[in-house]
Every structure is written in C-alpha cells, then in structure tokens.
Design a protein around this ligand. Structure first.
Ligand code: NAD
Ligand code: UGA
Length: 458
C-alpha cells in the first residue's frame, strides 16, 4: 500500500511510543515507524507485553501495529526512508563535568542529529519532540547543515505536553499543540506539513505556532509553572500542620478563584517523574548561564521545597514513632511517581525508602504496576526491603503504612482487616490524602495526613 506520508520517530520511550501510536491510529493514511537503539525495548513494543503501562495504550497499539505502525532497531534505514523525523530521545540531567546536576545532558540528542546527517539521502523535516534547552535547535541546525550538499534540513520544535497515566487521553484531546519554526520559506513550509498531520484530529484553533525559541522555552516553563503550584501548596501544607488549618479546605478555597484554578493544588509527599526536577534545574542553569541569578534562585526554590516536603514526611514518621524506626516494619502503599503508571523515575518513594533504610527500618513495598521498576531502583541499596504485590499481605506485622502513590486501589481497602494484622500502635502516614482519615482513626489507627491535623489515640 502507498502511504501519503512516511513518518519516523527516533526514541521509543514514554513519549515516542504513545505519541506515534496515536498518529498512526488517527492517520491510517500515514506510515509511522519508531526506532530505538535499545533492542529489548523494541522487542517489547513488538510483543503483547508493552514496555510501558499506560491506560488505553494496548488497544491503540494492537489496532495499528503491523498495519501502519512499526517498531524497529534499523535506525539507518528509518532515516533513509522517511522524510519527517521526530526526535524523542531522553534528555536527562547531566551527571558529569560542567553543569553536572543541573544542565541537560544532550549527548543522546546530539548522537541522533549526527546519525540523521550520516544516513540522509534526501531532504528532511527534523522535529524536536524531546524537551530541550532554548536554542538547541540552533545547534541541531549547525550539525545538520555542516556539510553543504543538496540534502537540506528544516528543524521544528514541537514539544510534548502529555502526562503519564493520562497520555492517551492527553494525546487524543490536547490542550494545545505547539509548533515553533524558523521564519524562512523552508521553515514555514515544514511547519505547514506538521500542522497538516495534527489537523487530522486536533481542532485548528488548538494548533498554535510561534518562533522556534519561544516554543522550546514554553515547554520548560509549562513544567516549571506546574511544579511551582505543587511546591506552593506543599509549602502551605507545612504551615497547615502547625496551625490546625486543613490543606484540602485551603486549596479548595484558593482554587475556586477562577484566576487561580483548581488543578495541581493537591498537597503530596512531593512531585516525582522524569521531567519536573530535570526541567526546572535546566531552567535554573540557563538563567545562571545568562547571569540572571535572582531568576535562577527563584525557580530553584521549587525544587528545594520539593526536597523539603519529602524530608518532612520522613521526620514526621520518625518523631511520631517515638524517635526510632530501627527494626520497625513500614509498608509503602505505592512506589510509582503517580497513579496509573508503572514509572518510578524520580519517585519520592525512592528517597523515602532510602531514608527509612538509613533509619534501619524494614521496608515492604507494594504497588499494582511499579514493582518491576522499584526492584531495579533499589538494586544494591543496603538494608532490609521486600516487594509484595497484595497490599493485605504486605501490611502483615507492620507498624506503619506510608501512602506514597494515589492509586484508587488504596482508597477502598478494608482498613479494619488491615489494622487487625498490624503491630500496635498502628499508624498511617497519608502522603496523598486519599484515604478516609476519620474512618481509619475510628478503627484504631493513628492517622497523619499531609497538611491537616493528625488524628491520634496516643
Ligand atoms: P525515555 O527514556 O522513556 O525514552 C527515550 C528513548 O530514546 C530510550 O528508549 C532510548 O533508548 C532512546 N534513545 C536514546 N538515544 C538514542 C539514539 N541515538 N537513537 C535511537 N534511540 C535512542 O524518555 P521519555 O520519557 O520518552 O522522554 C523523552 C523526551 O521527552 C525527554 O526529553 C523528556 O523530557 C520529554 N518528555 C517526556 C514526557 C514524559 O511524560 N515522560 C512528557 C513530555 C516530554
Ligand atoms: C508532567 C506534566 O504534567 C506534563 O504536561 C509534561 O508533559 C510532563 O510532565 C513532562 O514533560 O514529562 P507527569 O510528570 O507525567 O507530567 O505527571 P504529572 O501529572 O504532572 O505529575 C507529576 C508529579 O506531580 C507526580 O508525582 C504527581 O503525583 C505530582 N502532583 C501532581 C502533586 O503532587 N500534586 C498535584 O496536584 C499534581
């Protein structure tokens, strides 16, 4: 069959996989190929056990794979045969050299640019899907257009705004699609080609365009604003705990101001995920680079409060459990960084586990989707920890439960049954405020919510 467009995506991760699956699903007239250097990941995308858990993803992949959606390790062939190339490789925080711990590590991204140059036999549109520091497109253009030949490249910025756990819903019905381009004939034509792809299912008024630098920067700023809201409400949760105010009541009252809005005002044990921290640190680094030290300090505060919130959670456990956790069994309800995903990257659960083990507690971890990743995260960590799928079995003999992920499953457990199997006094530390605190208190638990007065018998 002859397809109207041939689209390639380099990087088959949490973004590349679902994004391309949706393009294939919404545009049967296009052929979409996703390539990756990791053969195991590609094999998993081609199997019945996809490498990531995302509600609705299995159905979309099953409907398209082998028809107009293909997963492959043939990066050279993919570049050669496709004229529209999305780049969705990882851009983690740099761990070495200048900017370590702050700047984006662009090595995967740069290798990809060089591969595109090496294998291209015809002109291409290259689309930045990864989150990148502002001005990265300039570097990409320099690499791609280094050798003068008849093959030319137009670079677009098209950041992705999906959130894990709701990726399919977000991709099917995005708030906006942002496309940044150079104001050149080639840049504008490339932009039109990309607009045409999205227009297959996204209303035209939601497809917005900008200059390429605004587009790159808007992505990082969006994440910074979202994370800032969480740190703001988490900071206030600390004040609530000192003053008998209730953070749920405060965020409801504040969020009902239509200028503020109610989303992203849930106090928690802290935000996790692969992007918020990395993107804010990247923003901080950029500001420092440009000598904007006050701006850098302002944004760094968001990350500092997030760290503070996690440490506060641990200190609360320690002080309320008679200042010693040594030998006590603590059950973690949830290890994923949020509900409806198996992803544990930068999950507060990793820090909480490490700190509990430092205090010589025994940690029992339960999670419906994230145990495989949790095991990998904790490999080599010193101390006593184990993984139990069934929450009722996991709590057996424990002194405390720490709710770290807002899985619906934990809202509706039989807490009387749980209480009966635990060591007394039994405590619940609700890092997500999802369980019925009054009911658990009435059963006999000491209950420590986040940003609300504790309910204790002792
Ligand atoms: P990921 O680690 O899940 O996937 C990246 C993939 O790229 C990996 O499978 C890796 O093997 C592959 N890769 C690296 N170098 C390669 C190369 N040279 N050739 C081929 N493949 C290569 O990362 P992700 O979560 O999908 O994130 C990708 C980008 O999207 C990041 O910049 C991230 O900030 C951004 N982003 C992520 C999310 C999210 O929810 N995870 C949302 C929006 C934006
Ligand atoms: C976030 C953004 O929401 C996406 O728009 C963006 O595309 C993505 O980062 C990215 O660039 O990677 P994600 O990290 O997948 O998406 O999930 P979020 O729903 O934003 O949650 C992030 C963290 O904040 C989670 O740990 C979550 O539990 C926490 N959170 C969220 C709170 O603690 N309180 C809230 O009110 C909301």
């Amino acid at each position: 069959m002859k397809f109207k467009k041939n689209i390639l995506c380099i990087g088959a991760g949490y973004v590349g996989g679902p994004t391309m699956a949706i393009i294939a699903y919404k545009c049967p007239q296009y052929r979409v190929t996703v390539v990756d250097i990791n053969p195991i990941r590609i094999a998993e995308w081609n199997s019945d056990d996809l490498p990531i858990y995302e509600p609705g993803l299995d159905e979309i992949v099953h409907a398209t794979r082998g028809k107009n959606l293909f997963f492959s390790t043939d990066i050279a062939g993919g570049i050669r045969d496709n004229d529209i190339i999305f780049v969705s490789v990882n851009t983690p925080t740099k761990t070495f050299g200048a900017g370590a711990g702050m700047a984006a590590d662009l090595q995967y991204w740069e290798k990809t640019a060089r591969q595109i140059l090496q294998y291209s036999q015809s002109s291409k549109i290259v689309i930045e899907k990864s989150t990148l520091p502002v001005k990265t497109a300039l570097a990409m253009e320099k690499i791609l257009n280094y050798t003068k030949s008849s093959v030319s490249f137009d670079v677009l910025s098209n950041p992705e705004f999906l959130a894990e756990g709701s990726a399919i819903k977000d991709l099917e019905n995005p708030d906006r699609i942002l496309i940044g381009c150079r104001e050149t004939e080639g840049g504008l034509a490339a932009r039109e080609t990309l607009v045409e792809i999205y227009a297959n299912w996204v209303p035209k008024e939601k497809i917005i365009t900008s200059n390429i630098w605004s587009s790159e920067l808007s992505k990082i700023v969006s994440n910074a604003f979202l994370a800032q809201r969480i740190s703001s409400i988490n900071a206030i949760s600390a004040l609530c705990e000192k003053t008998d105010a209730d953070i749920t009541e405060v965020s409801r009252a504040v969020g009902m101001d239509s200028r503020i809005g109610s989303k992203f005002l849930s106090a928690s044990v802290g935000f996790g995920g692969s992007c918020f921290k990395k993107d804010i640190l990247n923003l901080v680094y950029l500001c420092q680079h440009y000598g904007l030290h006050e701006v850098a300090d302002y944004w760094e505060g968001v990350v500092i409060i997030n760290q503070y919130q996690q440490e506060r959670f641990i200190m609360n456990m320690l002080t309320t459990m008679f200042n010693t956790l040594a030998g006590k069994k603590i059950c973690l309800f949830g290890f994923a960084f949020k509900a409806n995903t198996g992803d544990t990257r930068e999950s507060p659960a990793i820090y909480i586990t490490r700190r509990l083990l430092e205090e010589k507690a025994e940690v029992i971890i339960t999670d419906p989707k994230a145990l495989k990743n949790a095991k990998a995260d904790l490999t080599g960590m010193e101390g006593k920890f184990s993984f139990v799928e069934d929450p009722y079995k996991a709590v057996d003999g424990c002194h405390a439960i720490a709710v770290l992920t807002e899985w619906d499953l934990y809202r509706n457990l039989d807490f009387r049954k749980i209480f009966n199997t635990m060591t007394k006094p039994a405590s619940i530390f609700d890092g997500r405020n999802i369980i019925d605190h009054k009911r658990c208190f009435d059963i006999g638990f000491n209950v420590y919510p986040t940003g609300k007065p504790a309910l204790t018998h002792t």
